[in-house]
Design a protein around this ligand. Structure first.
Ligand code: IMP
Length: 202
């Protein structure tokens, strides 16, 4: 079975990856399988830069194909913020709840037509020989005025995907996967791997 190392320790992301890739015949390893793998500082100014840095570093360390993602929320009215700073929007001790609170506060005076946003995901697949491939996924939507729902993570409770009346956090996992930026990017990755005969079809 072919192996790919996921360049993340985020449990929620690992769960999402595993769900979307089940039955593809690829064995997913994670950084927990490589405790000595050096931590990569995500100091890039784009999602692409961060994902590339992580994927290359993990492929070089493990000698296996590595897949890294960098993702976040871009709000039109905030000129693309929180963007690459999505995870630490509320500052040093930020967590999901504090980030959401800050976002809603910053957007408190914005009416329904000014609440457009999108989730962005860049995935980079790196091979130990240094070759990389990039994939992008987007989910357009609207920022809510109050959090709703219990599923997911991050900004899910305040994100209404376009054409839907429930937030990502009100959707069961499979429904979010079908619409999400990460789901879209990951399906491209797997399509690519299939066409290169890296994995079998399911
Ligand atoms: P990363 O781990 O550097 O990619 O940071 C991603 C951050 O963006 C997370 O901590 C969340 O705040 C936000 N984010 C990315 N993807 C999602 C998602 O699917 N739902 C909600 N928030 C997300």
């Amino acid at each position: 079975m072919r192996e790919i190392v996921l360049a993340t320790r985020n449990k929620k992301k690992i769960e999402e990856f595993k769900r979307i890739t089940k039955d593809t015949g690829v064995a997913l390893l994670t950084l927990d399988d490589f405790p000595g793998c050096p931590e990569v500082i995500e100091d890039g100014v784009t999602f692409e830069e961060n994902a590339e840095k992580k994927a290359k570093s993990v492929a070089a360390y493990t000698g296996k194909a590595a897949l890294a993602d960098d993702s976040g929320l871009e709000v039109n009215a905030l000129n693309g913020a929180p963007g690459v700073r999505s995870a630490r929007f509320a500052g040093k001790n930020a967590d999901d709840e504090k980030n959401v609170k800050k976002l809603l506060f910053e957007m408190r005076s914005l009416g329904p037509d000014k609440r457009g946003a999108r989730f962005v995901c860049c995935m980079v697949l790196a091979f130990p020989d240094g070759i990389i491939h990039k994939f992008f996924g987007y989910a357009e939507g609207i920022i809510a005025t109050e959090p709703k729902g219990i599923y997911g993570f991050g900004y899910d409770p305040v994100f209404y995907p376009e054409g839907h009346r429930r937030t990502f956090a009100e959707m069961p996992d499979e429904e979010k996967d079908a619409l999400s930026h990460r789901g879209k990017a990951l399906r491209q990755v797997y399509e690519f791997l299939r066409t290169r005969n890296f994995i079998g079809s399911h």
